[in-house]
Write a protein that binds this ligand. Structure first.
Ligand SMILES: *[C@@H]1O[C@H](CO)[C@@H](O)[C@H](O)[C@H]1NC(C)=O
Ligand SMILES: *[C@@H]1O[C@H](CO)[C@@H](O)[C@H](O)[C@H]1NC(C)=O
Ligand SMILES: *[C@@H]1O[C@H](CO)[C@@H](O)[C@H](O)[C@H]1NC(C)=O
Length: 969
């Protein structure tokens, strides 16, 4: 008799007593505890491939002798360790698992186990449980109850755990029982909701990984000073909400060695205290919404090996971090190299921004090293910061004394914010200062002693020490100016939101209306969208006869590429101030002859553009539409531009405001695959928009009219590159900052090509997706038939998926070289005219697909071309799926295209370096010499709108337009 058997026999009388009724025979014959043996036998039955266990077919006694493979027992016949990792097991786990009462180590990771997890309730001996990398689909709520000895548990990579119920929350019983827990790995297992606060209070917990779940909300305060060494919260998957809030709590966790927070919505500045976490060797903060200046202490973290800061809204200098893996692209840093200093005015203004807690609107704008390069609220004269114009911006916080270092300031307008604290003495040292408007805030006195030449307005600051204020020369006593309405606690009516919801603000009559002139044609002929057409007719009929702002897309059937698409934000019939218009400064609009509206420094004098276009010479006309003409222009330094001159119309203050607000946003839309607005000019009734010039014109010209223009047909390689460029541009647009923008009119005529045949998307307006992203907003129809997604055409509801449809149509054009709507296309029925419909009919048939491919593409040369085309055809098929939910997002298209473009690289790649204008160089800078001359002329007539708080119109509109070189050069 073996020792094990002897030991078991030793317990026999007791076991017999307990279990005599149940299984006396097993007890007599086997050494393994009957409950444990029963579980193992159950396991064998519940697997679909029990042979993978390697257990004897004859069954028998698991604890042996000899013990079955993967099973270890103690002398009393209880299973201590079950080690079945990476054993290829498939099937489910029997519910009786918790009867392994002595089990200490369970390793089931790396199998294909599915079905529900059994409850582990009461397994008091269990120390380590590895259930990761399986396919379990449910976890019972009492799973962790009574696991008092648990040290290490992993459920990672079971993405379907309770996923059908929208995920699961960690039960608090974990913290109550597992007080020695050191390692908790719950990555990618469908955890949802908030990070449980009890995790922060688990004193033994060292390593907590919760990446790739659906967690949202801030890190709870219970994590303050926690002793965690590894914290991974990266890449939460929620579409609407990820982890958010500031990094203040993590900065208190000084035991941290690994901190991964990337791919979330964390916001606010990186706290100085992060540098106290001296043991951190890997710190990933990329892909959040972190803002502002970085703590210099980052450069001194002794163990740092990896620091990722990419894709945030960080500003100012890059600290000289020495970590071998240090990346920081996709921010607004002032200089490209770590350790480089910023311009003094930039530092001073960024410290001011820090004092007002980095409002998102300004953070998005105040990037780089030149405040005169279009920073919102900053106006420059002759290249010097002279006006800080931020009334009603919802600024919270204090006025930084650093503002006193911007020595060229003449005018500071900060009225109607929530500023608190004292007015810094440094402001009194600004030698050029003429006006300081701090009215309607919560500032307190005393006021520093300003020179008598400075006009100071501190009315409406109820806590102000009025005597001190009155004593200050030039200051107006504020006692008689209670803020209206509602006093200090009341709503100040400050509109901080960048956009209003369409149609909710009673401004309908004055908001823009979009009309596609293609639409009346479509009404009569397009069966597919006849319902949509009815919808349209109705909408049009209900439109006010004198639409305030009209967007017109004139079409010329003979050459759809050779025309300008025009947006006119024009007068609403009621001149003068419109209702609700509170712009104290806008009255001066009616006065002078030369007006510049401040929306950053994209303002440019008409004279400059006159010079650039040879006084709008006929020979420079690129395109022409019903409401304006696009001219080619050349700046002093040789930079080519495209200038759109809108038809002269009388402009109301309100229309100007909206024009300005919209341009302010368009100027922020910057991507190398999007045609950018470079500037604009308004003088009297003259309104000009300036864009980068795209020498090779529209894609459609190269696809459909290459013969006519005597062009080379595009190679497949070029087409792939163009598809990827467009996909990237669209992906950016769909994920712009905190909002998604919808193009609504993507088509080959709106895809412009540079010298190198790399593509940029033009004509994007400002249609914003609903805040929750995937849902659609009812809107007025715009766009071009043939490219319109069916749901948009029929219901007028739009989402980014409508753009995906249009993108799919463009892919089909690239494949077939035929237009989105083609009356000559052969096939059954009216719908055949529609490329997307027709292609869906033939796509699956290889012979027909081959026949559909543009004959200019040489298929015989390499079979790879056909393979590559087939992949794109499939992508196009998905993109043009009838159901929006079946269409991928643009990120998917990028992912499909990137490897294909790379695969084609060896043939002959165009260098990545990009011809064209460096978009980070503002137009103002490019024409500096000219503008300086202009500035001296326009000094004193610069108009700064007092109130820039007018919301950016959420109406469907776009000031951008396409324009192409008529002569193909
Ligand atoms: C998971 O879902 C099951 C039902 O399928 C439910 O009984 C259980 O309580 C859920 N688990 C958790 C932790 O909420
Ligand atoms: C926790 O993570 C740290 C940092 O990576 C590591 O050094 C340590 O060994 C881990 N602790 C445990 C218990 O796994
Ligand atoms: C830097 O990052 C790369 C890629 O993640 C990695 O392979 C390499 O080991 C890292 N180097 C250091 C020093 O951390």
């Amino acid at each position: 008799m073996s020792m094990d058997a002897a030991a078991a026999h030793h317990h026999l009388p007791l076991l017999l007593l307990l279990l005599a009724a149940a299984a006396p025979l097993v007890l007599v014959l086997g050494a393994t505890h009957p409950a444990d043996q029963a579980f193992l036998d159950d396991l064998r039955k519940s697997l679909t491939n029990p042979d993978a266990l390697g257990w004897p077919a004859s069954g028998g006694d698991a604890c042996g002798p000899p013990a079955w493979p993967h099973v270890s027992c103690d002398r009393s016949g209880r299973v201590l360790n079950l080690d079945l990792k990476n054993a290829g097991l498939a099937g489910t786990l029997p519910p009786s698992l918790a009867s392994l009462a002595a089990l200490q180590d369970l390793s089931l990771q790396g199998n294909s186990l599915s079905g529900p997890l059994p409850s582990f309730r009461g397994m008091a001996a269990l120390r380590r449980a590895y259930l990761n990398d399986n396919d379990f689909d449910a976890i019972p709520a009492d799973f962790f109850d009574g696991l008092t000895d648990l040290l290490d548990v992993s459920l990672a990579d079971n993405p379907r755990l309770n996923a059908t119920q929208g995920g699961w929350a960690l039960p608090p019983s974990l913290a109550a029982s597992a007080q020695q827990l050191q390692t908790l790995s719950l990555d990618n297992c469908s955890l949802a909701g908030a990070v449980p606060p009890f995790l922060g209070a688990m004193a033994s917990l060292q390593n907590l990984t919760l990446s790739y779940n659906r967690l949202s909300g801030p890190l709870p305060p219970s994590f303050n000073a926690s002793g965690l060494q590894r914290l991974w919260l990266n890449n939460q998957l929620g579409d609407d909400a990820k982890l958010s809030g500031t990094l203040d709590v993590v900065a208190t966790m000084t035991s941290l060695q690994e901190l991964w927070l990337h791919g979330n919505d964390f916001s606010g500045p990186v706290p100085d205290a992060i540098a106290d976490c001296a043991d951190i060797y890997t710190l990933r903060l990329n892909g959040n919404q972190l803002v502002g200046l970085l703590p210099p202490g980052l450069a001194a973290m002794p163990r740092l090996q990896e620091l990722k800061l990419d894709n945030n809204d960080l500003l100012g200098p890059v600290p000289p971090v020495k970590a071998p893996n240090f990346t920081f692209s996709g921010n607004g840093f002032c200089a490209p190299n770590p350790g480089d200093a910023c311009a003094p005015d930039v530092m001073a203004l960024l410290l001011f921004l820090a004092g007002v807690q980095y409002p998102a609107r300004l953070v998005a704008s105040w990037s780089g090293n030149n405040p005169c390069a279009g920073w919102l609220g900053v106006t420059c004269v002759q290249g010097k910061v002279s006006v800080l114009n931020l009334p009603g911006y919802g600024l919270n916080g204090t006025i930084s004394h650093s503002l006193g270092n911007v020595s060229t300031l003449t005018d500071v307008k900060l009225s109607g914010n929530n500023l608190v604290g004292r007015v810094p003495d440094s402001l009194a040292r600004l030698s050029s200062l003429q006006k300081l408007d701090l009215s309607m805030n919560d500032l307190s006195g005393p006021l520093p002693a300003f020179s008598p030449s400075v006009t100071v307005n501190v009315t409406g600051n109820l806590n102000f020490n009025s005597t001190a204020a009155a004593a200050a020369p030039g200051a107006q006593p504020n006692t008689a100016s209670p803020r209206s309405p509602g006093g200090p606690g009341g709503s100040r009516g400050v509109n901080t939101a960048p956009a209003a919801v369409p149609g909710t603000n009673g401004k309908k009559a004055s908001s823009a209306v979009l009309l596609g002139t293609t639409i009346p044609v479509a009404v009569s002929v397009v069966a597919l969208v006849s319902v949509g057409a009815m919808f349209l007719c109705k909408k049009r009929a209900s439109m006010p006869p004198q639409a305030a702002s009209v967007v017109v897309h004139p079409r010329d059937s003979s050459d759809p590429d050779n025309l300008a698409k025009i947006v006119v934000a024009t007068n609403d019939g009621s001149s003068g101030t419109s209702q609700g218009n509170t712009h104290s400064g806008s009255s001066s609009l009616t006065g002078g002859d030369v007006h510049m509206i401040e929306a950053g420094n994209f303002v440019i004098a008409v004279q400059v553009l006159r010079g650039a276009t040879k006084n709008f010479a006929q020979e420079n006309v690129l395109g022409r539409g019903g409401f304006g003409v696009v001219y080619k222009g050349e700046l002093h330094d040789g930079t080519m531009i495209a200038v759109k001159r809108m038809e002269a119309v009388a402009v109301s203050n309100k229309a100007l405001d909206e024009f300005q607000a919209e341009i302010a946003v368009l100027t922020k839309v910057r991507h190398r695959n999007l045609v950018s607005i470079l500037g604009y000019a308004i003088e009297g009734n003259e309104r000009l928009l300036v864009y980068e010039y795209m020498p090779n014109g529209a894609l459609s010209k190269h696809l459909f009219h290459w013969k006519q223009f005597e062009l080379e047909p595009l190679s497949w390689k070029k087409r792939l590159n163009i598809a990827l460029d467009v996909a990237r541009g669209m992906e950016y647009l769909h994920n712009l900052g905190h909002h998604r923008f919808i193009h609504r009119d993507l088509k080959s005529a709106n895809i412009l090509l540079g010298d190198d045949f790399r593509a940029k998307v033009s004509d994007f307006g400002l249609m914003k997706d609903a805040p929750d992203g995937n849902f659609s907003v009812a809107t007025r129809l715009a766009g071009t038939f043939g490219y319109l997604a069916p749901e948009y055409a029929v219901t007028g509801k739009i989402s980014t998926k409508a753009d995906v449809f249009s993108f799919g149509v463009v892919l089909l054009e690239l494949i077939t070289g035929t237009t989105a709507i083609d009356d000559t296309r052969v096939g059954e029925g009216e719908e055949t005219r529609h490329l997307a419909y027709w292609f869906s009919q033939i796509r699956k048939d290889e012979e027909k697909l081959r026949a559909a491919i543009d004959p200019t593409l040489d298929l015989d040369a390499a079979e790879e071309t056909f393979e590559s085309i087939s992949v794109i055809a499939e992508l196009a098929g998905h993109c043009t799926a009838r159901e929006p939910s079946q269409r991928p997002d643009m990120g998917h298209a990028v992912n499909v295209l990137v490897p294909m473009v790379e695969k084609w690289k060896p043939v002959k790649d165009e260098a990545e370096d990009y011809l064209g204008i460096d978009l980070h160089l503002p137009l103002l800078q490019m024409v500096k010499s000219w503008q300086d001359a202009e500035a001296s002329m326009t000094d004193g007539s610069i108009l700064s709108l007092e109130d820039s708080k007018g919301s950016i119109p959420a109406r469907p509109a776009g000031f951008a337009e396409s324009f192409t070189s008529a002569d193909g050069r």
